[in-house]
Design a binder for this molecule. Structure first.
Ligand SMILES: Nc1ncnc2c1ncn2[C@@H]1O[C@H](COP(=O)(O)OP(=O)(O)OP(=O)(O)O)[C@@H](O)[C@H]1O
Length: 295
């Protein structure tokens, strides 16, 4: 099987000042307005943000199905702004896997679960025996081994999404992208599907980027990236600590994101609380920086 190029040293995904402008007739929509994102190999990151903030646009660019207007976007050694058509096919086949929100759109109604996992490998020229083994392993790993012979109509919504994860993982991608994968599911089923994403991240080492509205999902990953108006505005990092009595709890801390030029976005509620407008006073203190109203 042809393998995707190995990543250079450093982060697996790196987006810098990423811009995507959609032009529909005279109307121009800036879906991404200088977004920065770094994801390390093996990480599982949630991307959150209001409707229209640019989450799906980011995911389509990372998936290689949409091209940025400007900026930099790199996944492994692939420069997403400079890929030929043949590169794009290779990139989509081997480097990234994609799971969509609509369970039905991930699957093919007349194929069984194992046939669906088999298909991307067959297209990539993987020998039949290796395909059979890989399909079996993946469906087992996702807890749907007993569904191998069933078609999508014979699977629950949660099982369908777990099969979709297995399909996306078939060609051993470096990155698994999921756009609201639990959006159509109830809470218990969402937890099951999210568990599937965590399993492939932990056990198969794939880097996962998951777009979600679901706080129960974003609350379980170590890093959540918030997008506002097409830019990365803040990140929440979570770590688990152990207390003296042996009990564990999760500490979540919110950080503002600064780009290479030193720009940060001051949250609207902070700006409003102190009536910060166009000009502010910055002062460097021994271990922090203050921002004061211009008055
Ligand atoms: N193909 C397109 N043509 C024109 N405008 C588009 C296109 N795709 C997205 N947009 C616009 O770009 C902006 C960002 O859209 P995007 O779908 O990335 O947001 P989102 O954060 O994923 O939203 P949601 O949570 O509702 O899915 C929106 O204003 C949207 O209307």
């Amino acid at each position: 099987m042809p393998s995707a190029p190995e990543a250079a040293d450093g982060a697996l995904i790196e987006c810098e000042s990423l811009v995507r402008i959609y032009q529909t007739g005279p109307v121009e929509v800036q879906a991404l307005q200088g977004l920065d994102l770094v994801v390390e190999r093996g990480e599982m990151v949630a991307v959150v943000g209001a409707s229209g903030s640019g989450k799906s646009t980011l995911l389509s660019i990372l998936a290689g199905t949409d091209a940025p207007t400007a900026g930099r976007a790199r996944v492994g050694r692939w420069d997403l702004l400079a890929m030929s058509r043949a590169d794009r096919v290779r990139y989509r086949r081997h480097t990234v896997g994609f799971v969509r929100q609509q369970t039905a759109s991930n699957l093919i109604s007349y194929l069984s679960a194992e046939q669906m996992v088999d298909l991307p490998m067959a297209v990539a020229g993987v020998p039949a025996r290796e395909r059979r083994e890989r399909s079996g392993e993946l469906l087992e790993a996702l807890g749907v081994g007993d569904c191998a012979k069933r078609r999508p109509g014979q699977l629950s919504g949660g099982q369908q999404q777990r099969v979709a994860i297995a399909v996306a993982m078939a060609n051993r991608p470096q990155v698994l992208l999921a756009d609201e994968p639990t959006g159509e599911l109830d809470t218990a089923t969402s937890a099951e599907v999210f568990g599937g994403l965590r399993d492939v991240n932990r056990d198969l080492g794939v880097t996962v980027v998951v777009v979600t509205h679901d706080p129960a999902v974003s609350g379980q990953v170590e890093r959540t990236v918030a997008i506002r108006d097409g830019r990365t505005s803040s990140e929440v990092l979570r770590r688990t600590t152990t207390a003296d009595d042996g009990g564990t709890h999760v500490i979540a801390e919110e950080y503002a994101v600064m780009d290479r030029a030193g720009r940060i976005q001051v949250p609207r509620d902070y700006r409003e609380a102190l009536a910060l407008t166009r000009r502010v006073r910055l002062a460097l203190e021994p271990d922090h920086i203050t921002i004061r109203p211009d008055a």
